[in-house]
Design a protein around this ligand. Structure first.
Ligand SMILES: [Zn+2]
Length: 457
């Protein structure tokens, strides 16, 4: 359980003790054959015995650095331990930041540490979300927008601004896609949403609180104009509201109180950027942080994608580009460019596959997803088995198939289900749902055919 301490008493009775007050949604209990291994001075990984070695290898020594940077930026880590529990594959989220013990998907075990930084997001919740909590789910951005900002501050310190901006650009592209899919004016594309009868609370869990929230926090930092001063504000904010559940009015009121010169200037009502507009108007963020430092990593990826899209491949130029040091989001960016240019001229994707086993044979789920999309869009039948394996490794193969096909633009608004069924038959994916699937997954058909429906013809 996510708790400060626990002890086993007789008759398999376990007693847990949590020293700090937490909101009820953060209480979580996992039951199973679970073992642990130390990976840092205040961190352990927990998993079923078959996964524990892989978990230890992946995370040994990495968590402490993230925690230390977080403490430097946002103040003391108050929860004592930071342990990670690897859930079974049916766990439907990337991670859940239960204090003392974050629950994560086993997808993070890429085997080469290429996804370890995903944990920075969950660690950032130790200050934003777990320590200062949104009082209502209508203001979920207070948890997630601040956490995205904190995550990218830690990432900037550890990996530099170029890589962090590249990752943030990926997030911005997801927000664009979400708003295009739902329509910018959708009432849930506000930071302060009204969850009333008829609104499915699950639908409020989308890119808006994360990425638009990140833009709003970045806008507040932009108003301050000095990173050190804004970091100091974040520490003061955490200290002011720790162990409390608050509203956006508390947050923004404290911001203006902390920076009286900005209050005097009336920054809350600058036309077009009014705090009220940020909170209560749906649509694209009025302010976008500058992500141009990411261009130094995007440029070589753009150029390489261009080379692979040529009718006649310039292998000399391609071989001159060394991608061995490219980290996950630079590779993701490269693959997204290749996907956009796909289908590539005949034979190019086969050569690309052979040239970069780091990509085409990756166990990293972000890379696998993109590679499968490229395989489908280029009709690379020789690698359909990889798509099939990937889909079968997902607990919700139908939803995964939807994701794959939406991205490769197989689906039209007119006949999505027919096309899905055809693709599924082609790849031998059956519309079944595993009985042990987590309840929210069972209802998450994501616009796919009813999982209980008969065979598609
Ligand atoms: Zn989060």
């Amino acid at each position: 359980m996510s708790a400060t301490s626990w002890e086993k008493q007789k008759d398999n009775t376990f007693v847990f003790k949590m020293s700090q007050p937490i909101p009820s949604y953060l209480i979580a209990l996992a039951v199973g054959d679970i073992v642990s291994a130390d990976v840092g001075p205040r961190s352990r990984v927990w998993a079923e015995p078959c996964l524990i070695e892989a978990a230890k290898k992946e995370y040994d020594g990495v968590i402490e650095e993230f925690l230390t940077v977080g403490e430097k930026l946002f103040g003391p880590y108050v929860w004592g331990r930071y342990d990670i529990l690897f859930m079974p594959p049916s766990f439907p989220f990337g991670g859940m930041e239960n204090p003392c013990l974050t629950f994560v998907t086993p997808c993070l075990l890429a085997g080469d540490r290429s996804l370890v930084d995903v944990i920075i997001h969950e660690i950032s919740h130790s200050w934003f979300g777990n320590l200062v909590t949104n009082a209502t789910w209508g203001e979920f951005w207070l948890n997630e927008g601040f956490t995205m900002y904190a995550q990218r501050r830690i990432s900037t310190e550890v990996y530099g601004s170029a890589y962090t901006c590249l990752e943030a650009a990926t997030g911005r592209a997801l927000l664009r896609q979400h708003m295009d899919n739902t329509g910018e004016d959708h009432p849930l594309n506000k930071l302060r949403v009204v969850i009333e009868p008829g609104v499915n609370p699950d639908d409020t869990y989308n890119e808006t609180p994360y990425e638009k929230g990140y833009c709003f926090v970045s806008y507040l930092a932009h108003l301050v104009g000095d990173q050190n001063k804004f970091d100091a504000f974040l520490q003061a904010y955490v200290n002011q509201f720790k162990f409390q559940s608050i509203t956006a009015d508390d947050t923004l009121g404290f911001f203006l109180e902390y920076f009286p010169e900005l209050k005097e200037k009336g920054v809350e009502s600058i036309p077009g950027f009014e705090f009220d507009r940020w909170l209560n108007t749906p649509g694209w963020p009025p302010y976008l942080p500058d992500l141009s430092p990411g261009e130094q990593l995007m440029k070589p990826a753009d150029e390489l994608a261009e080379l692979w899209a040529a009718d006649s491949l310039n292998m000399e130029a391609i071989e001159a580009v060394d991608i061995t040091a490219w980290r996950t989001y630079q590779l993701v960016y490269f693959l997204d460019q290749v996907l956009q240019k796909s289908p590539l001229p005949e034979g190019n994707v086969e050569r690309l596959s052979n040239m970069y086993p780091k990509i085409s044979k990756a166990l990293n789920a972000e890379l696998r997803l993109r590679w499968c999309q490229i395989v489908l869009k280029n009709n690379l039948e020789a690698e359909y088995s990889k798509v099939k394996d990937f889909l079968h490794s997902q607990v919700r193969p139908w939803a995964a198939l939807c994701t794959l096909l939406v991205h490769v633009q197989f689906i039209t608004h007119q006949y999505p289900q027919v096309l899905l069924c055809r693709a599924a038959l082609h790849l031998s994916i059956h519309p079944s749902t595993h009985p042990s699937t987590h309840p929210p997954v069972c209802t998450d058909s994501g616009g796919c055919p009813d999982p209980g429906a008969g065979p598609c013809t």
